[in-house]
Design a protein around this ligand. Structure first.
Ligand code: MLT
Length: 402
C-alpha cells in the first residue's frame, strides 16, 4: 500500500492517546514487578455497580426482547422518545430550563460525540480549547487537520489555548485570536473546577457577537454540589443560539461499560440540528433498547435517589483525598464539585516524572497533568472514582512513603 493514501494529520498527533500511554506504563511496571499491588486512581473509570433501578429496567427490557410482541429491532437513531422525554424532565425542566425532546440526540458516549461533531465544520475554522482539558477535543481536531503543527512549546500553531490555571481561578479569558469553535468543559476534566455564571455569560456573548459556536462538555455536571453554580450552558441567556451541550450517563450512572450519553443541539441552531441528525442517521444506529431503558430508570424517583447516593459516595472519596493531601502539606484544587483532584506538585517536579516516582514508591497510579495540555505541567490528577477503601490505602502510602 502506498502510504500517501493515508490521512497525513495522524502523524501530527503526539504519541499515543493519554490513557493508552498510562496503561502501557502500568503494564511495563507489572512486567518487572510480579507482586505489584497497584492502586489505580488514573483513568476516571467508575467502580460502584450500576444502581438497582437501572439493573431491574435492563432485566425487564431483556425479557421484552425474548417475546415476539415486545421484541424491538432497530430503534430511532436519535433515541427512543421515552428516554429523550425522561432526560428533558430530569435534567432540564427540573432546573427551570425549557428543552424540546427533539433537541436531544441519544448516543453511545460523549467521547464519540465530542470527537464526531467536528466533522460538521469546515477544515479551516479556528478552534479554542481550554488548557488543560480532556484530550479528545484537541486530538480529534488534529486528526481533521485543523490544528497546524506541534511546536517545541507544546502548542499547536493554529489552536488558541484558553489557559485555566490557579492564577486566573480556573476562569479562562476570552480567546485572544478570532475563533469560530470554542470547547468548554465544566466541571472541568482534569482540574475538577467549575466555570462561573459570569465566565459562561462572557463566552456566550462572545459566541453570539462573533458567529462562533460553543461545544460545552457537561459530562460531570451531576457532581456539582452547589445548586447556584451553572450545571448547563442553557442556564445562560443566549446559549440556545450558540451552544451544543454534551452529557453522559458514564459518570452519572456508572455506564462507562454500558454506554449511553446524549448531545443537545437546540432547534434554534436549525442547520446544525439538521446536519447532526443527518450524520447520526447515516453513521449511527442508535443505542440498544435495553440500555435506553436503563437510562430512563435513572430518572424515576427511586432511580434518582439511588443515583444521588452513588454520587455522594464518590464525593466522599473526593473529600477524603482533598483533606489528606492538604493535611500532608500539598496544594490541591477541584474535588468539591467534581470527582477529580488537581494536585500541584511541589518543587517544580514534572508531571510524568512524578507519575513514575509515585508508581515506584507507592504503587499508586494517577494521571500526569501535562497529558491534558501545557498548563497541566507540574500538576497531577487523582480520580475519586476508585474504591473508597483502596483510595484510603493509597493515601496512607502517599503519606508514609512519598
Ligand atoms: C478520564 O479519565 O478523563 C475519563 O475517564 C476519560 C473519558 O471519560 O473518556
Amino acid at each position: 500500500m502506498n502510504e500517501k493514501i493515508l490521512n497525513p494529520y495522524y502523524d501530527r498527533l503526539p504519541g499515543s492517546y493519554l490513557f493508552s500511554t498510562i496503561a502501557k506504563k502500568i503494564k511495563e511496571y507489572q512486567g518487572t514487578h510480579a507482586n505489584a499491588d497497584i492502586i489505580r486512581l488514573g483513568i476516571g473509570d467508575v467502580t460502584t455497580p450500576i444502581i438497582p433501578a437501572a439493573i431491574d429496567a435492563m432485566h425487564k427490557a431483556v425479557d421484552e426482547m425474548a417475546c415476539k410482541e415486545t421484541f424491538r429491532g432497530y430503534g430511532p437513531e436519535q433515541g427512543y422518545d421515552f428516554v429523550r422525554e425522561a432526560i428533558v424532565r430530569g435534567e432540564y425542566t427540573a432546573r427551570g430550563i425549557e428543552m424540546d425532546p427533539d433537541d436531544i440526540f441519544v448516543s453511545d458516549g460523549s467521547k464519540c460525540d465530542v470527537a464526531n461533531i467536528q466533522e460538521l465544520f469546515a477544515t479551516d475554522v479556528k478552534i479554542a480549547i481550554p488548557d488543560p482539558v480532556y484530550p479528545v477535543y484537541l486530538d480529534s481536531n488534529v486528526m481533521a487537520g485543523r490544528t497546524g503543527v506541534f511546536g517545541e512549546d507544546g502548542h499547536f500553531s493554529e489552536v488558541t489555548y484558553l489557559a485555566s490555571t490557579a492564577e486566573n481561578n480556573f476562569q479562562p479569558d476570552l480567546p485572544k485570536n478570532p475563533v469560530q469553535l470554542i470547547y468548554l468543559c465544566s466541571p472541568n476534566n482534569p482540574t475538577g473546577t467549575v466555570l462561573s455564571r459570569e465566565t459562561l455569560q462572557k463566552f456566550v456573548n462572545y459566541a453570539n457577537e462573533n458567529g462562533a459556536l460553543i461545544l460545552f462538555d457537561g459530562a460531570y455536571n451531576c457532581y456539582i454540589q452547589d445548586e447556584s453554580l451553572p450545571h448547563s450552558i442553557y442556564e445562560i441567556p443566549g446559549a440556545r443560539t450558540c451552544a451544543i451541550e454534551f452529557r453522559s450517563f458514564s459518570k452519572t450512572a456508572g455506564f462507562t461499560g454500558v454506554r449511553c450519553a446524549y448531545t443537545v443541539v437546540p432547534h434554534e441552531l436549525s442547520k446544525l440540528h439538521a446536519m447532526w441528525n443527518r450524520r447520526q442517521c447515516t453513521k449511527f444506529n442508535g443505542v440498544s433498547y435495553v440500555v435506553q431503558r436503563a437510562a430512563e430508570a435513572i430518572y424515576t424517583p427511586v432511580g434518582w435517589e439511588q443515583t444521588k447516593a452513588v454520587i455522594k459516595g464518590y464525593m466522599d472519596t473526593a473529600a477524603m483525598i482533598r483533606s489528606e493531601l492538604t493535611a500532608a502539606g500539598y496544594t490541591v484544587f477541584g474535588g468539591e464539585h467534581a470527582p477529580y483532584i488537581w494536585w500541584k506538585l511541589p518543587n517544580g517536579e514534572k508531571s510524568f516524572d512524578f507519575f513514575d516516582r509515585l508508581l515506584a514508591t507507592c504503587e499508586v497510579v494517577g494521571t500526569p497533568g501535562s497529558g491534558f495540555g501545557p498548563c497541566g505541567e507540574g500538576y497531577f490528577r487523582l480520580t475519586a472514582f476508585g474504591d473508597h477503601e483502596q483510595t484510603k490505602v493509597a493515601l496512607k502510602r502517599i503519606r508514609e512513603k512519598l
